[in-house]
Design a protein around this ligand. Sequence first.
Ligand code: ADP
Ligand code: MG
Length: 257
Amino acid sequence: MTLALEAKSVVKQYPVGSGTVTAVDGASFRLQPGEFVALVGPSGSGKTTMLAILATLLAPTSGSIVIGGQDLADMSQKERTRFRRRNIGFTFQDNNLVSYLTALENVELMLRLNGEFNAAGRKRARELLALLGLEERMNVLPRQLSGGQQQRVAIARSLINRPTLLLADEPTASLDTERAIQVVETLASLVHEQGHAGIMVTHDLRMVEFADRIIHMLDGRVERIITPQDDLSCLADPAACRLITPDVLGIEASTAA
Ligand code: ADP
Ligand code: MG
């Protein structure tokens, strides 16, 4: 079966002053179709940079990215943009909602960009917003929504085109626990049901258990890939886990308790 995603020896260096910072330093991993993976690691370990590269928003300095069998390096800039619109759904920490469009219009915008703004698409936009608990707030502007509500609009927008690759950078950062679990469960089940692939960056121990595997990044490298088989006790009792420690998640021990 074709891999959903293959990242091979990805390196990303940013120019800083007269030198460079290596944000991603030879990261390699694969995702099978239907896999929902958590990307964890301390702040500065390269998670957001990696996600932006996978989203085709940033070109790697070296290494390759193959999504659904297609090598991003073989595409022109125009083809990559088109590929991104059709195949990749992403939410970054800064939601980038269009301020003068309502919640519903923000989601529908992605349909318009793909030339799929039809009755079925519009129905799906409403359904997604309702699924994310926004049925009463569809017709208001982003500034009239709380941070958590805006985040959920961005998540609906990332899902509207049924992306084969879903990328979410801390999707639960401004949500309360109940809502966070609901959102991550929704993401995981959509990925599983549709046989797509998803990567979620998180610092939240409670969200990690919804993932099929955990990719732990450290200093731009993949430090370790943790599967449930490695330590089944992680799923049953994260507090007793020897692999997924607060340190791995990049959170202070005191806040993880
Ligand atoms: P994470 O999301 O894990 O916190 P990032 O990918 O944001 O990590 O950052 C990885 C490293 O790259 C950090 O050292 C960060 O300071 C640096 N970095 C990120 N973006 C830039 C940029 N645009 N220019 C220069 N350095 C950057
Ligand atoms: Mg980050």
